[in-house]
Design a protein around this ligand. Structure first.
Ligand code: PLP
Length: 439
């Protein structure tokens, strides 16, 4: 078994161990070929090469203690550079990133966090998972948090404001940062749906105290699962690391005592693996090419849409910073909207409604039963039991009527960065025909 000509100490019961074949080697790499759906011929050729390679050391898929440069670390560096922040932490999802951000800020039982009524459920669910209470606030015609509604919702318990850059477009960060600064509150940007977008020249995720990104399948950048936390604050970065890897592999001295009070506490395991890191790194490099494609297609479709009675577009707080992954139209009322959407679909347009009262959807607060009904995981009743009943938010399906009105009149048209000019023209033609039919 031991083939190396190394001198062995034969006085020991175990003179040497190994070398053994690498634990993760060619077979695992070949499984990836299946995922990538290479043609049988390519697969055959690569399989031959991989099986013939006797030198294969096997990838090391754990980001820490890695004998070769870590892909996750490279992705973090690329992401810090892209977003323009000092610190970036890779995690395994945006849900994890949000928990890290809340925990880094010290948010916990009895605290309130302001979230929009229109966002994927995770923005609010992670507040509950952090034992705090989400305060759900109306969006405005940008479909992002309304700064005036945020100001009204602030109480003595408020510990953070979470604007979500929804459906590719930046939230009105000037209004939100103004309220936050006046009230002395941190801002956690949820950038899950708008990676690479910007607001007045600054990339989203660099304007607030912390930014949270998703690299799941549906997002602009995708690595299957994945996420990042961005910040310019070194202490918050340290605490986010502490939560994301309670095994403390991230620390320069893993088993050392804490360097400052508040550095070490019991967290979770949200580490990103090298597999995700490698894919994320390549995705980050593609950002500008993807955004250029989305923007070109979006502009071409939008410019070709003809005026129609009652038709308006979603207001975008900074048009230049829109990632342009979709085009959102508002129609005059909630009756015309589904008719127009079906007419568009009949024309082959990739259009969908946003709020259909018959279809449950985790993006709309009215369906967040777990929160509206104050559900809890354990008999301690947290987070709701941390606050006197009379001081808890009054949740109801109707509590954000403006959001429901806007969403019930909205149609979302998907934009793809690889649409050809002809695809764009056909989509615009389909929209025009549909609008003529119903308005
Ligand atoms: C606005 C928003 N926040 C958070 C998330 C959660 O992201 P992930 O799937 O990476 O946990 C999503 C995903 O859909 C999202 O759209």
């Amino acid at each position: 078994m031991a083939t190396a000509k190394k001198t062995e100490d034969t006085t020991k019961a175990v003179p040497r161990l190994g070398p053994y074949p690498t634990k993760i080697g060619g077979e695992e790499l070949l499984e990836l070929l299946d995922l990538w759906q290479f043609t049988p011929e390519t697969k055959r050729q690569i399989t031959e090469l991989v099986r013939a390679d006797r030198q294969l050391q096997g990838p090391h898929l754990f980001r820490y203690y890695n004998p070769r440069p870590s892909k996750v670390e490279a992705a973090e560096k690329a992401m810090s550079g892209l977003i323009g922040v000092k610190h970036c932490l890779a995690v395994n999802s945006c849900t994890s990133a949000l928990v890290c951000a809340y925990r880094a800020l010290g948010i916990g039982a009895g605290d309130e966090v302001i979230v929009p009524a229109y966002t994927f459920f995770a923005t609010a669910a992670t507040v509950v998972a952090s034992n705090a209470i989400p305060v759900i606030v109306d969006v405005d015609d940008s479909l992002c948090l309304d700064p005036a509604a945020v100001e009204k919702a602030i109480t003595k318990r408020t510990k953070a404001i979470v604007p979500v850059h929804m459906r590719g477009a930046p939230a009105g960060m000037d209004g939100i940062l103004d309220v936050a600064q006046r009230k002395g509150l941190p801002v956690v940007e949820d950038v899950a749906q708008s990676g690479g977008g910007s607001f007045h020249g600054k990339r989203l995720g660099s304007l607030g105290t912390l930014g949270c990104f998703s690299f799941d399948y549906y997002k602009i950048h995708a690595s299957g699962e994945g996420g990042f936390v961005t910040t310019n604050d070194e202490w918050l970065y340290t605490r986010a690391q502490s939560w994301h890897d309670t095994a403390a592999c991230w620390r320069p001295d893993r088993f050392g005592r804490e360097r400052q009070p508040g550095e070490l506490f019991c967290g979770e395991n949200y580490r990103m693996s090298e597999l995700q890191g490698a894919v994320a790194l390549a995705q980050i490099r593609k950002t500008d090419a993807m955004l250029a494609g989305y923007r070109r297609a979006h502009r071409r479709i939008k410019e070709a849409i003809e005026p129609a009675a009652g038709l308006t577009f979603r207001r975008v707080s900074d048009e230049a910073g829109d990632t342009c992954i979709c085009l959102i139209l508002f129609l005059k009322d909630a009756d015309t909207t589904p008719k127009a959407m079906h007419a568009m679909q009949a024309q082959g347009v990739p259009a969908g409604g946003i709020y259909d009262q018959k279809v449950r959807d985790w993006h709309i607060y009215a369906y967040w039963d777990h929160i509206l009904e104050k559900k809890h995981a354990a008999p301690d009743g947290l987070p709701w039991s941390a606050v006197p009943e009379s001081e808890l938010p009054r949740y109801s399906k109707e509590m954000c009527p403006r959001t429901l009105d806007l969403l019930s009149r909205a149609i979302m048209v998907d934009v793809h960065w690889q649409y050809s000019d002809e695809d764009c023209d056909n989509i615009a033609l389909g929209i025009n025909r549909a609008l003529k039919e119903v308005t």
